[in-house]
Ligand binder design. Structure first.
Ligand SMILES: Cc1cc2nc3c(=O)[nH]c(=O)nc-3n(C[C@H](O)[C@H](O)[C@H](O)COP(=O)(O)OP(=O)(O)OC[C@H]3O[C@@H](n4cnc5c(N)ncnc54)[C@H](O)[C@@H]3O)c2cc1C
Length: 397
């Protein structure tokens, strides 16, 4: 007789778990509290829909924190495996110039979601909407869904992080898990805007302007990309990728220092050479002509460097390669692309099983790991789903 697996939460982690579970062995049901599944998945699709990143697997693995936690999981179902799987269900992908992976042009996020749901239906996976988990039955530890204990052989939670509450992933489960004695950590915003106390005249002129082709550093971690100047501070992929390092500094000193490299493709020597070789006496013209810095980049240097430093070619070159900026806070959790916190990693086994609730598992963003945007988040979520499916398929039931 088939055993029952109840998956709570209908997002990408659940989809891939349900896609890889052996349906000859298990009857699989997904319980989703919304009237539809995958709402955050669709939100993710609204901007650039990065389903994964095409980096070589060793490099990709290196983007995740804490180090080591997802290594086996990501190698077990890699970015290439995810692309192949999408192709198999009728969603071809392509690699963009940023090396991020997108569904082939013309394929809308809703079509990707529909292809996945159709695939699940074909496999006999049952999706029950308007079904909300609220706790456990005291005697049996069966999950309570819509106020009724659901008798099941295995329970998998894939109920997401705590940002973008409107999508259903509101993190309200955290207190329920804590009360059950499962160790959780407070949610914190990740991949979010960071607050900077901009000089008023600078921000008036440059609000909304992107700083393109830069690199940012924090605690020796480098992230290339772009960042947009906002009244709040800075947002964009160059800064999102430094979230763990910024959070660490903010936590210990209430501020964080990051550095911008305005010319990541040039060494310091090359920047100095370019500045010194120019015939012009006008520093702004030199930066524009020789180094092709944008008006915002030049104004940033002018506003924040003293006149003496700006006019000193050696010190100016050093600041072009390592310009310090002070971060004084983060955007709210709800505005963040993802959250860290949730289930403490010490509360689960290497197979994502809750230590004090055997046969119950947690996967996806609800676990306390972090990665930059650009496809790494979805890849992390789907890889945890597949890893658990492979484990459950082999479990002796
Ligand atoms: C604006 C934005 C853009 C993004 N862009 C990208 C991107 O381009 N690339 C990328 O890799 N990632 C991106 N992400 C992140 C990515 O979407 C998430 O990391 C991913 O969806 C998390 O998957 P999950 O399955 O763990 O949880 P979710 O997708 O959050 O799914 C959890 C599900 O559980 C349901 N649920 C919650 N509580 C209960 C309950 N008590 N009972 C029943 N059901 C419940 C929720 O309604 C939800 O449907 C983006 C996120 C946002 C917000």
């Amino acid at each position: 007789m088939k055993k029952n697996i109840s998956i709570i939460g209908g997002g990408p982690s659940a989809f891939l778990l349900a896609s890889f579970l052996d349906v000859e062995k298990y009857r699989v049901t997904i319980y989703e509290k919304n009237k539809t599944a995958g709402r955050k998945f669709l939100v993710a699709g609204k901007g650039g829909f990065n389903v994964t990143h095409s980096e070589p697997i060793e490099k990709l693995i290196d983007r995740y924190t804490p180090k080591g936690f997802l290594d086996k999981t990501l190698s077990g179902f890699s970015n290439t495996d995810f692309r192949n799987w999408l192709e198999q269900i009728g969603i071809p992908t392509y690699i963009g110039s940023s090396k991020r992976v997108y569904p082939k042009e013309g394929i809308k996020p809703i079509e990707v979601l529909n292809a996945i749901l159709k695939h699940l239906k074909r496999r006999g996976v049952l999706l029950k909407y308007d079904h909300t988990f609220s706790g456990w039955e005291t005697e049996t530890n069966d999950p309570i869904i819509n106020n009724e204990a659901v008798a099941t052989d295995y329970t998998v939670f894939s109920i997401g992080g705590a940002s973008w509450k409107v999508t259903g992933s509101d993190g309200s489960w955290s207190s329920v898990f804590s009360e059950k004695g499962i160790k959780t950590k407070p949610f914190q915003a990740s991949n979010c805007g960071y607050q900077i106390n901009w000089d008023p005249s600078f921000i008036k002129k440059h609000e909304g302007t992107p700083l393109k082709n830069i690199a940012m550093y924090c605690n020796d971690v480098i992230q290339k990309g772009e960042a947009v100047i906002t009244t709040f501070g800075l947002e964009g992929n160059a800064i999102y990728g430094l979230s763990p390092q910024i959070r660490e500094q903010l936590l210990s000193t209430s501020k964080a220092t990051l550095f911008i490299d305005f010319k990541p493709s040039f060494s310091l020597e090359k920047v100095s050479e370019k500045i010194n070789a120019s015939n012009s006496k006008n520093t702004t013209q030199i930066l524009k002509r020789e180094l092709k810095l944008s008006v915002s980049q030049i104004d940033l240097l002018k506003t924040y460097l003293s006149k003496e430093v700006y006019l000193n070619k050696t010190l100016l070159a050093e600041n072009i390669k390592k310009f310090p900026l002070e971060i004084i806070g983060t955007a709210t959790i709800d505005e963040a692309i993802s959250t860290v916190g949730g289930i403490d990693l010490h509360a689960i086994s290497e197979n994502f099983e809750l230590n004090n609730l055997p046969t119950q598992f947690c996967i996806g963003e609800m676990l306390d790991w972090d990665a930059p945007t650009g496809g790494y988040l979805l890849q992390g979520c789907v890889s945890t789903g597949v890893a658990l499916a492979k484990y459950l398929n082999e479990v002796d039931v």
